[in-house]
Design a protein. Sequence first.
Lengths: 533, 448
Amino acid sequence: MTSRRDFLRSTTAAALTAAVARPASAGTIPSASAPVLLTPEPSAAPNELALTALQAARDAGASYADARVGRYRRQSIGTRERQVTGVSDSESYGLGVRVLVDGAWGFAGTSVLTTDGVREAAREAARIARAGRSVRRRPVELAPVQPVQGSWKTPIQRDPVDVPIEEKVALLFAANETALGVQGIRFVNSGMSLLREEKTLATTDGTLITQTFIRVGPTFSATAIQGGSFESYTHEIAPRGSGWEYIAGLDMPTNAAQWAELAVEKLSARSVDVGRYDLILDPSNLWLTIHESIGHPTELDRAMGYEANYAGTSFLSPPEEYIGKFRYGPDFMNIQADRTQPDSLGRTGWDDEGVPAEEWKLIENGIFKDYQTTREQAAWIAPLTGVHRSHGCSFAQSWGDVPFQRMPNVSLMPGEENLSLDDIVAATDRGIIFKNRGSWSIDQQRFNFQFSGQVAYEVRSGKIVGMVKDAAYQSRTPDFWNSMDMIGGKDSYWLGGTFSDGKGEPGQANSATHGCPPARFKNVNIVNTGAAV
Amino acid sequence: MPQPMMSSDEARALTQRVLAFATADETQLNLSAGWQGNTRFAGNEITTAGGTTDIRLTVTSVIGKRRASVSTNVLDDESLKRTVEQAERLARLAPEDPEHLPMPGPQQYASVNGYAAATADLTPEARALAVQKALGGVREAGGADADSLFVAGFLEASAGVGSVVANSKGLFAYHPDTSVSMSVTARTPDGTGSGYMSTGANDWAAIDPALLGRRAAEKAVASRNPQALEPGRYTVILEPRAVADFIPLLRRTFDARSTDEGRSPFSTENGGTKVGQKIADERVTLISDPTDPQLLTSPFSNDGLPNRKSVWIENGVLRDLSYSRWWAAQKGKEPTGGGGGFKMMGTDRSLEDLIAGTDRGILVTRFWYIRSLDQRTVMVTGLTRDGTFLVEGGKITRSLKNFRWNDSPLLALNRIEDIGRAERVESGLVMPALKIRDFNFTSLSDAV
């Protein structure tokens, strides 16, 4: 892990490789050519707009206010077989201002970026806060934070948005062509989503910061058809907080062959026999299980009922009955939350409340220790954790959305012994291996879940004996994690992640990475989800 | 900060201003402009509230058979010109699309009035008052627990022109609308009971916040201390909200192209389709129709083509499939457009009638976290949530623990026992309560 000091202002093309991340074979990085796209200049400097909004909020009676000016540049390319199905490029630019008036929140967003426009938004936010006072039982109190001025940028070698569109399409077409060369493959879809987010935050505490986030997410899937049957395989290409060099390093044009072959192999895979097996999860599958069964229940807003109407609550509630008391899993289970891991989606300099990025343990030696928090939430559990500051988990998906508690990177730390997936397979008598994300579903308190993969294999006497299909594992979160009896080491640690972690009303998307090694879980229920019902 | 509605004339002027910058062979503009305001509550108090206004323009440029889109919300002349230039530049670089078709010229659309002033004028103060009314409804129906129920919910209103389409062939389509939704969750202080009620409409006047609060509270209290019932196949009564979570998963399967390509449950082994064949119980009819008084959705698609009425399933028989312009041209069909909402035809029977007519079954308030398991059969998995009850002898007799289930809306439509009244569950979605036999509950969930 790099410390926060190391990456602050590290806007140069330093190739920071995670000590624990699977090394990316970046290969030769082409020199950056002239940007294809121009970025319109803002009508006024973001700092000035944000500070104008803050003053208007103060004038309207706000005891606290924060203003975010965000410029979001999103590009996506989709292809199927030998054609482009879509090229789109979008820009969204606006200001969101959040105020506290008499202890009640109000928020307003506007794309009218004039002095009058942002002042009106601030006044509207104050009006909304006042309107809500009558339905407020206790005033909001914010944990203290040290005011900061500075900037931060995702360390990258090449800005993905600026890579010529021809180069992007050529890479995807090359992958499609490779896959179409595999006998039995009829359809191929590939694509990429790219984001550049520039955000300026000013708060009445005196914070003024600018950050630039770069995120990339390539996709690939192939469909094989034989007789009246079809099978698709989607490869788990993790989205990352990285530059174009990450996509180039994946070598999709070569690897597409082995991915496509898996779709063909699925056609003849045998349907799984239901029953209890030792479950072996590759990191490409386990990351999402961590997200759903640890990431979400450790969100403090869920535990306190703030998501009861939508995303759900948490079985880790009330906090006083769980913090420091609840055994989540075995002694060797350590779950870290952070906003610092290189290449991760959750990496930042500060959150949307100006709280610096940090690392902390949610679960230590198997015992639940702490939640994810914002400045509003920190005091709710401070007497239990002794932590009086926010963990820096306040984010909004865009300028037009209100910030609220969002998941940071939540990762399962590798074991002390440097075991590989192969070592775990060799030690397993009767098991099923799952790779990549398939279908996933979990209840609103994060107990009962059923997950599957893109491919699954049966293990007998320490060896993989063949691919199986229609398999899913179904369990209950505390039973599941307490059944974990083997874990991979640092060389098997891999970063999965998602762009589309959904929560909140109106719904907002969040990006989070989950690092993990492979792991084994004893005696887990395997169900058959095939058509024969 | 609700702003004056962008009028048709203003929208036309803006699109003409942008089209004047265009040099591509063809240019299409999609414009959305409007306001959304929301109020969120939890722990019986408002937790966040906000309002956002935005205008968003997407420029799609076509040069030969090359096409690209660029969108922006920066609308001064210089930025608009640059956005058009970007779209044209990207289009030149994009590979040829062999399936490109020329843009359509001016079209005729059905008249749909989905705009309600009561929604457009829903102020922050009115939203806070609505939350108070919902909390009042909870207290009214909460019985002995009235003051200790934990209440959470959400109210969201939007108004604007969700869709303006204009292109360089002279097509111009403008449709203002409003939408509002409100939902309430009540939970008992012991954490064993939870109830939910929601509704949606174009017109705020159609929504009764106190009623939502009462229903949520009644369910919360009645669902306390749930008992476990062995998972297995049971007759279920799905409330309209649960049906709306489940049956619309079929919508995307009515796609002609994937059916013709052998990738749909309606494909046959010899390369044909099941159109004209019976695929569901004969009481099942599913439609999309923007002019249906319960649907009132946009009468045109993103490309400016009219959204036509489609009858996906009529009396159990697969009738229509949806055709893109390209696929329609290949197959000699009319393109169907892409909207029109989704409605399952109902009867005049109430939910209470369905319960009264059930000797033994499980009443489901809503579903949660539904995910696909098998595209070939539309098999999905999900959970029950916020009020699951045992029905015996025509009456609700006890609260049940939630279940995980694995089942398919397509297969379930062949196991229909009864159909209730069709209700608007949210904007553009109308579903009846359904009684379905042999619903496949696979495990228990401890979640409340």
